[in-house]
Design a protein around this ligand. Structure first.
Ligand SMILES: NC(=O)C1=CN([C@@H]2O[C@H](COP(=O)(O)OP(=O)(O)OC[C@H]3O[C@@H](n4cnc5c(N)ncnc54)[C@H](O)[C@@H]3O)[C@@H](O)[C@H]2O)C=CC1
Ligand SMILES: O=C(O)C(=O)CO
Length: 331
């Protein structure tokens, strides 16, 4: 059987596919494959290992409903029409957990970088503007014993909370659709309303999935309700904050700083105002970009492909209801 991989992934995944006797074709051009090109490739294969940047909408899935399985190289799947995938009987896999530490590290890194204006200071040196010593120059803020607010306390949020609790004894508050008992027991985390999260957080970090409910959630009205001394962090999806409102919030002093690993659109244009602000730090969506995390993601994606092609349940399936339709699928 034949698998198409829409971007070069680490050998850990490719070797698993080959060891399973699967004929594997990888998109090797150094550009995003178009949806039409992906359809043409998928039509010649039995399974697809795709990226979060691939548009898995109803049009694509209908054109490729012959696929026995699709495995995505990401944990987020806001690019996928899950209902269509289920309706068409295509099990769809993702890669949770193995990237939680790496992504939480980036949120932690951004929190620290913004608190001390580190990216801006580095740019000042490069531009020959070290400046003379002044006791009131380049002042940042400290995080020890402050309050960390998490919007969406799941896998990644939990790892950030552990870091902040352990390193800075931060109080952890969170806003979730349900209680996170583990966080409440392990970290003395407190579940609060969204309004309380805005009012009490010294650092507010976003870790929800992008959905119709969370898209554009962080707008001018929301930023106005945060502390003027607070730091906003987003490593989830760029569409969750409204960029022009974030820029206004930083310019007006409604919040103290912002750190982003995700933007809308991606890539961010080099002349974006956020890239020259002292209290802003932007990274190019590198949350899961460690050797360990990407090796493990490749391994999980390959395991999803192999299970799907052998008529077994995927180890990590985002639409398990697809199995209710096909009784032939074994565990
Ligand atoms: N920057 C990067 O490279 C990466 C970004 N991500 C993003 O991070 C997101 C989170 O990943 P995980 O922590 O593994 O997911 P998760 O599912 O473990 O955690 C998400 C949490 O948000 C909560 N939630 C969802 N919608 C909500 C709402 N409207 N209000 C309140 N709570 C809500 C869920 O109940 C859950 O507890 C992914 O969906 C993805 O978009 C994930 C990996 C890497
Ligand atoms: O896994 C995800 O959802 C990412 O954004 C990149 O790994």
């Amino acid at each position: 059987m034949k698998v198409f991989v829409s971007r070069l992934i680490p050998d850990t995944g490719l070797q698993l596919l080959q060891q399973a006797g699967l004929q594997t074709t990888v998109w090797t051009e150094d550009r995003q494959i178009t949806q039409q090109e992906l359809i043409e490739q998928a039509k010649q294969h039995d399974a697809l290992l795709c990226m979060g940047s691939d548009k898995m909408d109803a049009h694509f899935l209908t054109q490729c409903q012959h696929l026995k399985v699709i495995a995505q190289f990401s944990v987020g799947y806001d690019n996928v029409d899950v209902a269509a995938s289920t309706r068409l009987g295509i099990p769809f896999g993702n890669t949770p957990d193995v990237l939680s530490d790496a992504t939480a590290d980036v949120a932690f890194l951004l929190m620290l970088a913004v608190s001390r204006k580190a990216f801006y200071m580095h740019k000042r040196i490069i531009s020959g503007d070290w400046g003379t010593y002044r006791p009131t120059l380049n002042l940042g803020v400290e995080l020890k014993n402050k309050t960390l607010g998490i919007f969406g306390l799941g896998r990644i949020g939990m790892e950030l909370a552990r870091r902040c609790r352990g390193a800075y004894n931060m109080k952890v508050i969170y806003h979730n659709r349900s209680h996170n008992v583990q966080a409440e027991q392990e970290l003395q985390a407190q579940r609060v309303s969204f309004e309380e999260l805005l009012a009490q957080s010294d650092v507010l970090s976003v870790h929800v999935a992008l959905s119709p409910e969370t898209e554009g959630k962080f707008n001018a009205d929301v930023f106005r309700k945060m502390k003027p001394s607070s730091i906003f962090i987003n490593t989830a999806r760029g569409k969750i904050h409204q960029e022009q409102d974030l820029i206004q919030a930083l310019n007006e002093g409604w919040i103290w700083g912002a750190g982003l690993d995700v933007t809308n659109p991606e890539p961010m244009k080099p002349d974006n105002p956020l890239l020259s602000m002292p209290n802003a730090a932007v990274l190019p969506h590198i949350g899961s970009a460690t050797v360990q995390a990407r090796n493990d993601m490749a391994r999980l994606a390959a395991m999803n492909i192999i299970a799907g092609l052998h008529g077994k349940r995927l180890p990590h399936c985002i639409n398990p209801e697809v199995y209710k339709k096909d009784k032939s699928i074994s565990n």
